[in-house]
Design a binder for this molecule. Structure first.
Ligand SMILES: *[C@@H]1O[C@H](CO)[C@@H](O)[C@H](O)[C@H]1NC(C)=O
Ligand SMILES: *[C@@H]1O[C@H](CO)[C@@H](O)[C@H](O)[C@H]1NC(C)=O
Length: 405
């Protein structure tokens, strides 16, 4: 059915916009900035964790390129009892921040569920999201947006894993959703972080993107590549700012989609989202990302590679000494590394066909005893973070997996 194919890379964004349009006239003024919504001093601990009766610590980690990432720790159960199980580090996906692990009720939200199961929980906020900052740059500087998922994998994730390891002295379990899983695959493929990690649970795992079935996502990729110079000039991609809206409307026009009605196909495929909480979600998300990051995804979708950023012939020669950017070799991830993959049949970004290809190619020889797969037939991309039944569907099996390591 055509409508279910629409849910893709930009689905969450489109939906957010759609709902926002239904809710009130959108302020498309470019002055809009995510940080205007919540005062940084309020912090995630104070506004989202302590209010639910949990202990919370705010931490800051500085990356090798100067980004100051905000990290929260939930070191106890709600009862106050200290964690007696290993550390879990949770890394969110594109257009999000750590809030997504806390925004349903404590019985439904992954960070609280893990804390109540006795884990020492750490949740990370990406560079350029609301609660992060930089040692010298501001969002008005071009250099603040000069990165893609490569820098997240090679700078941010190593900085956070090392920081948490230094604090706890313990190897940790890792949870990565969507872009968070890509970051970890890329880090692990280079042999990084494995000596500080017990296992990894990848939700909506992103590696190959060549088989994505969504017309909207493929078109977005095409448009970004065709106009990359223009988009690079914009640098910050905030979906609910003027350029982002214009771009997404353009996609809807070309595909003949009535974007106002996108909510219907969306709440269909995403089986289990609590629609009465949508306004609340929209107070927190989406967070901005860099245009360069979206162009890098577009390259992956078009070329079906997991490669470094493609700067074009001359700049590739200068930077990499070769015409095409080098690949990240996921073959190199150790065969006995403990992996959990949580997949949704209706996920149009982490397309099941792409994950199947990963399993049959790079992970062909992975020890089956160390590879747990949970495929939910009724799940789409957002269910892994928003579903009111994610606990029984995905988080409980994930916790069983952690408990076995
Ligand atoms: C992990 O390996 C890196 C080298 O790849 C090393 O610098 C680091 O000290 C190691 N950490 C632990 C905890 O073994
Ligand atoms: C859905 O959200 C509403 C409003 O926050 C809440 O009262 C209700 O308990 C939620 N339902 C579920 C199943 O989580």
């Amino acid at each position: 059915m055509a409508s279910s194919r629409v849910v893709g890379l930009f689905s969450i964004v489109l939906i957010c916009i759609t709902i926002a349009q239904g809710r009130k006239a959108l302020n498309t003024n470019n002055e809009f900035s995510a940080s205007s919504l919540v005062n940084n001093d309020d912090g995630i601990c104070k506004s989202m964790v302590e209010t639910q009766g949990y202990t919370c610590e705010e931490h800051k980690v500085t990356t090798s390129d100067g980004f100051i990432l905000s990290i929260q720790r939930l070191p106890t159960r709600r009862s106050g009892e200290k964690a007696n199980k290993p550390t879990v580090l949770i890394q969110h996906g594109l257009f999000q921040d750590a809030v997504v692990w806390l925004w349903n009720s404590p019985d439904e939200s992954l960070a609280f569920i893990l804390a109540d199961n006795g884990f020492d929980v750490w949740i990370v906020n990406d560079r350029a999201s609301r609660y992060s900052s930089h040692t010298s740059l501001t969002p008005n500087d071009q250099a603040y947006w000069e990165w893609s998922w490569e820098e997240l994998a090679n700078n941010d994730l190593p900085a956070t894993v090392q920081y948490v390891y230094d604090h706890t002295g313990q190897k940790m379990h890792f949870v990565g959703d969507s872009q968070g899983s890509l970051m970890a695959f890329v880090a692990f493929s280079q042999g990084n972080l494995l000596n500080m990690t017990r296992s990894a649970a990848m939700l909506s795992p992103i590696a190959h993107m060549g088989r994505i079935n969504s017309d909207a996502t493929r078109l977005a990729a095409k448009l970004f590549l065709a106009n990359y110079a223009y988009w690079l000039g914009i640098r910050q991609f905030l979906p609910n700012a003027a350029e982002g809206l214009m771009f997404l409307k353009h996609i809807c026009d070309i595909l003949g989609l009535d974007c106002v009605n996108l909510l219907t196909p969306f709440t269909g495929p995403n089986c289990c989202i609590n629609s009465s909480r949508i306004d609340y979600y929209l107070e927190h998300e989406p967070q901005p990302t860099s245009t360069k990051n979206l162009i890098h995804y577009s390259q992956m979708i078009r070329t079906d590679t997991i490669a470094r950023y493609d700067y074009g012939l001359l700049e590739n020669l200068r930077r990499y000494g070769r015409v095409h950017p080098p690949n990240y070799e996921l073959f190199a991830i150790p065969k006995d590394f403990h992996l959990f993959l949580g997949m949704g049949r209706l996920d149009m970004l982490a397309d099941v066909e792409d994950v199947k290809f990963l399993l049959s190619y790079e992970f062909k020889n992975h020890d089956p005893n160390n590879l747990v797969q949970v495929l939910k037939e009724n799940y789409a991309h957002a269910d892994f973070i928003m579903s009111v039944t994610a606990k029984q569907d995905v988080y409980d099996p994930m916790i069983d997996f952690f408990n076995k390591q």
